[in-house]
Design a protein around this ligand. Structure first.
Ligand SMILES: NC(=O)C1=CN([C@@H]2O[C@H](COP(=O)(O)OP(=O)(O)OC[C@H]3O[C@@H](n4cnc5c(N)ncnc54)[C@H](O)[C@@H]3O)[C@@H](O)[C@H]2O)C=CC1
Ligand SMILES: O=C([O-])CC(=O)C(=O)O
Length: 344
């Protein structure tokens, strides 16, 4: 029995060491990193907590929600990986959850039901995000913020305004998580192009709602014979990916599992950037000069201070150029709605 336990333990240690080595570190050089998840007991929060517990770059995992986090934290904490896990709940414990955090992931807020747009969530989620960002400004002003709560096109500008008011705003540290759009675009493209999905790359730019989601299939790799008609259909399916899940769940919420996967990928990229791993590039919604809009999702190189460089759009097809012009009014109005809310 003892030898069985010993070999299981050796396996776990070897797995964690080799995954650290795969990420470009020597096993001695991985710094301590605290990740806080706000909304950790929710549909996204729980599987995201699990995935972050599996990430060997995390040394301290703080799980915060308005309720139910002690159970989630107790459960996840039994997994024999590197991080210490602590559950926090209620306003009184928010400061402790945030103190010392390097990355704060925010999936707090209500999800859509069939028939709703992401903007229909604004009235509830804007207030939730504002309150959480006020606490972040106070307790961990230098953390990288990964905003998942919808409508992302407005919640990111809200966060920026809250941080500006608190005097802590650093545009390099605020990210709207649009990774799920990229994950979907890759999956749908691989299916149509009949290529192995593991090698597929597709940038997705713009924002995170309906037509503001603009996948750039003209830049997809590997190149494949995909017709114009199929590109139009792939674009529409990527833009409607969230709605597809909302309708399939029929009133029981929106994407949680694929979102947890996407959120874990993006947080991992942020941690790698912080740790100095070179050439970490992800699409994300950030303060931007790439277009005339103040916030825009595009490829971003991540570094030790968050955003290292916001990369340009690259060459667009005529269909994508048209999509870009079409998305601007809606994206701008969502950004302005967020700014107005934060300053009222
Ligand atoms: N960026 C993206 O690609 C995606 C964003 N989302 C968004 O993520 C959000 C969460 O979705 P789900 O996890 O499915 O919802 P959910 O309702 O299952 O979970 C939300 C959690 O937030 C918690 N919460 C509410 N107020 C809070 C506060 N003040 N502080 C801390 N926690 C608080 C709730 O207690 C709940 O546990 C929604 O706004 C949804 O639209 C969902 C999928 C993809
Ligand atoms: O569609 C929703 O409401 C949730 C979301 O943002 C997504 O799945 O992309």
């Amino acid at each position: 029995m003892n030898s069985m336990l010993r070999s299981a333990r050796t396996l776990a240690t070897t797995a964690s060491r080799s995954s650290i080595l795969r990420r470009g570190y020597s096993s001695e050089s991985v710094p301590d990193r605290k990740v806080a998840i706000l909304g950790a007991a929710g549909g996204i929060g729980q599987p995201l907590s699990l995935l972050m517990k599996l990430n060997p770059l995390v040394s301290n995992l703080a799980l915060y929600d308005i309720a139910n986090t002690p159970g989630v934290a107790a459960d996840v904490s039994h997994i024999n990986t590197r991080s210490e896990v602590t559950g926090y709940f209620g306003d009184d414990q928010l400061g402790k959850a945030l103190e010392g955090a390097d990355v704060v992931i925010i999936p707090a807020g209500v999800p859509r039901k069939p028939g709703m747009t992401r903007d229909d969530l604004f009235n509830i989620n804007a207030g939730i995000v504002k309150g959480l960002c006020e606490a972040i400004a106070k307790y961990c002003p230098h953390a990288l913020i990964n905003m998942i709560s919808n409508p992302v096109n407005s919640t990111v500008p809200i966060a920026a305004e809250v941080f500006k008011k608190a005097g802590t705003y650093d545009e390099k540290r605020l990210f709207g998580v649009t990774t799920l759009d990229v994950v979907r675009a890759k999956t749908f493209y691989a299916g149509k192009a009949r290529v192995p999905v593991a090698g597929v790359n597709v940038p997705v730019v713009g924002g995170h709602a309906g037509v503001t989601i603009l996948p750039l299939f003209s830049q997809a790799t590997p190149k494949a014979n995909v017709s114009e008609e199929e590109i139009v259909a792939l674009t529409k399916r990527t833009q409607d990916g969230g709605t597809e899940v909302v309708e399939a769940k029929a009133g029981k919420g929106s994407a949680t599992l694929s979102m947890a996967y996407a959120g874990a990928l993006f947080a991992d990229a942020c941690l790698k950037g912080l740790n100095g791993v070179p050439d970490v590039v992800e699409c994300t919604f950030v303060q931007s000069n790439v277009t005339d809009l103040p916030f825009f999702a595009s490829k971003v190189r991540l570094g030790k201070n968050g955003v290292d460089e916001v990369l340009g759009l690259g060459p667009l097809s005529d269909f994508e150029k048209e999509g870009l012009e079409k998305l601007k009014p809606e994206l701008l109005s969502s950004i302005e709605k967020g700014i107005k809310f934060a300053n009222k």
